[in-house]
Write a protein that binds this ligand. Sequence first.
Ligand SMILES: [Zn+2]
Length: 97
Amino acid sequence: MTTTRAVLRQVEPGNSSRCAWCGSPVRFAARTHAQQVIANVYLEGAWDRVEHYHSRCYSDAGSPHGEPVQPGPLARQGPPGRPAADTDPAPETVPED
Ligand SMILES: [Zn+2]
């Protein structure tokens, strides 16, 4: 595929990208299960850049690269023996700086 697409990912520890929308770092935060949207941007069929967004900023921006693709079940790891993420209310709180 040589078209721009966006995926939703868990923010990993040590991540140091900046949000393409608000300009703030997209930081790992275990408490908030922070998620980011990563977009591989293609211009005229050629890869140009990767953009990172806070998941909420991406919606605020109006999903500029389309609806983010959810990762498969393997990428969504939870503690064993627990049902899916529905039982884990993760409020969308922004960590205080
Ligand atoms: Zn942001």
